[in-house]
Design a protein around this ligand. Sequence first.
Ligand code: MG
Length: 250
Amino acid sequence: MIVLKTSRELSIMRKAGKISQTALRLAGEAVEPGVSTWEIDKIVHDYIIKMGATPSFLHYNGFPASACISVNDVVIHGIPHKRQLLRQGDIVSIDVGACYEGFHGDNAWTFPCGQIDPEARALLDATEQALYRGIEQARPGNRLGDIGHAVQAYAEARKYSVVRDFVGHGVGAKLHEDPSVPNYGTPGRGVRLQAGMTIAIEPMVNQGRHEIEVLKDGWTIMTKDHSLAAHFEHTVAITPDGPVVLTRLD
Ligand code: MG
């Protein structure tokens, strides 16, 4: 069931979105060679708590941390660890959610660790742009397939692939709500978008093939061919005036 949000609920989600975005930026500023993913997770956790919010991911289905930190060929759901030190040239996907006054914000970004290869830079830029292409389509009267198609077409035109086994989602009082928001699709197909819907659009784009595998820890999702993967996400409200990114600062 898709839950439409009132304007009062949207203004709370805006606050949750700002907290999530600030936590993500603080995490990104901490990305440098020699820093552990555990330290970055702690920055995220402490900021969210300080703001009177709760980390959405901590203990979610048993997830042990506040941020998912996914390095290089890890697509999503990487578990932060004290022994995992970032290295020059890594690409570091950080996914952060915060729950404030009962509503969630959810966002992700892939950060470069020091100097990265031009090919890695191109993957990050393309995934970020694919996210914006998807967001542009998040307006009343369009359909979910318009969002997915925009993301997919942008990524595939650059010879990348989009992950199929994990998708974006509705977000609100629950971290994951209906509908599912795939990063692939056919224009004009799927659920019709309405004002009041709030969705997390989150392209996961692989340099190689789209297939993924799950590590034995039950969480970590890697590219099956070990190619690099990038992940960019915003929480977006569909309004009569078009898409409004809730996980932004200004
Ligand atoms: Mg999400």
